[in-house]
Design a protein around this ligand. Structure first.
Ligand code: NDP
Length: 400
């Protein structure tokens, strides 16, 4: 029986709250806090309708450590599940340190003034978390998150050495809008417009944005154009599985999406440097977020599926072999269960499941950890039951 504090009331916060509420034996009391309390109240009302459970709500600025500390002290949770934005990772980790509370997130820290994703800032908390006797679980969404746990399963049960890892992320869904992002537009556009990067023979190779494209076939979806991007889990995976010779990440984009993105960039709307407008400073990308569809509103009439997985080649018993492990998630089924579309669902379900692993003591240690450092079996044993069933196949053509 444990109290949890969920921070962030977007699409992922909604799914995490509903899913935690479905497991009262593990999450005995839940508080949802965010910058705008009315959004927490909307979600709490919905959670009550869907699960019969009452969750508490609060207003908090997660960039303000004293405010966070006061909230944590007043509610007294065992764990904070951070599903607000990556900008707040360090302030929430600071507040967890001050109060002695465990921490979990789904995206690594990003400074606001630079689109730069790396674990160094959070890994630097290792000694302080250890000394305090608390744990931080980093990147427990789908990617990062389940993709790293899939890789850990492959390493544990299918390979002596993993040599080639390709993470493939397809959104085969249709929300009917000309242009919308599936999670926070600001974070999403920052992520995909920076240079690509992949790991090869012990070093990072940098690419232009969208320089490499492959036509990959996704289960139940078909062939989609997939582009090489940098994604944060590559950093921890090549560290934790040093036999990897090459690690890449691919994401699908439609032509229409890429055309809109190109225009947005060409006219300067993807900029993160403030500009002066009528005497006010505004960040173009912040403003763009305000006019784009709210990802949380995309659920209704969102058809199709996501398909995210890992395609792996390596050695077992001296022989080369291939292996593919993936999950497909229906946007409509996700929306019917939680009121949020598949991208929020595939992030919130693993966040709840990781929190469950920690609270049940199945994944517990002192310090700062990436998900692949724990035994993948107990997590993957329950992931399907929680709404994200997965499949695997050996000896197939990986198309890569
Ligand atoms: P949204 O933008 O929909 O929601 C973010 C929430 O955080 C909003 O409720 C927002 O409040 C709140 N917030 C922002 N700043 C603050 C602050 N200073 N203090 C308190 N609350 C704040 O994002 P999503 O729900 O789509 O995504 C949430 C997280 O999940 C992001 O970090 C994203 O990177 C991550 N993610 C991870 C994935 C994975 O697979 N690992 C995939 C998809 C997302 P307000 O409503 O007031 O703006």
């Amino acid at each position: 029986m444990s109290k949890v504090l969920i921070i962030g009331a977007g699409g992922v916060g909604r799914v995490t709250a509903v899913k935690c509420a479905q497991h009262p034996a593990v999450f005995s009391e839940i508080m949802l806090a965010s910058r705008t309390e009315s959004k927490c109240i909307d979600i709490a009302n919905d959670v009550k309708k869907r699960t019969g459970r009452t969750i508490q709500t609060a207003q908090v600025d997660a960039e303000n450590v004293p405010e966070l500390v006061a909230l944590i002290r007043s509610f007294n949770p065992v764990l904070v599940i951070h599903v607000a934005l990556p900008y707040q990772d360090l302030t929430i980790m600071d507040a967890c340190l001050e109060t002695g509370v465990h921490y979990l997130d789904t995206a690594n820290y990003e400074p606001k003034d630079e689109a730069k994703f790396e674990y160094s800032w959070q890994w630097a908390y290792q000694d302080r978390f250890k000394e305090k006797g608390i744990m931080a679980l980093l990147g427990c969404g789908f990617d990062p998150g389940v993709t790293s746990i899939f890789t850990a399963r492959a390493a544990k049960h299918f390979f002596d050495e993993i040599h080639y890892l390709d993470i493939v992320d397809c959104n085969g869904g249709d929300h009917g809008k000309a242009f919308a992002t599936n999670f926070n537009p600001e974070i999403n556009i920052r992520e995909i417009t920076q240079n690509g990067r992949y790991w090869e023979n012990g070093q990072w190779v940098e690419t232009q944005p969208f320089e490499f494209r492959k036509e990959l076939t996704y289960p139940n979806i078909g062939q989609r154009s997939s582009y090489l991007l940098y994604h944060e889990e590559l950093e921890s995976l090549v560290k934790n599985f040093p036999s990897i010779k090459r690690a890449r990440f691919w994401m699908t984009f439609g032509d229409e999406y890429l055309t809109h993105l190109r225009v947005i960039q060409n006219i300067g709307m993807a900029g993160i440097e403030p500009v002066k407008y009528k005497g006010m400073e505004i960040v173009p990308l912040n403003f763009l977020k305000a006019v784009l569809p709210d990802p949380g509103s995309l659920g209704d009439n969102y058809s199709g599926e996501t398909s995210i997985g890992c395609r792996i080649k390596g050695i077992k018993d001296g022989k080369e072999k291939t292996y593919y492990i993936w999950n497909n998630c229906s946007h409509q089924a996700a929306f019917d269960e939680t009121g949020a579309q598949g991208v929020s669902y595939t992030t919130g379900v693993p966040a709840m499941t990781g929190a469950m692993m920690m609270l049940q003591g199945k994944w517990m240690n002192k310090g700062v950890f990436n998900v692949e450092e724990f035994n993948p079996d107990p997590f993957l044993d329950v992931l399907g039951k929680h709404g994200l069933p997965w499949q695997e196949e050996e000896g197939i053509d990986l198309e890569l």
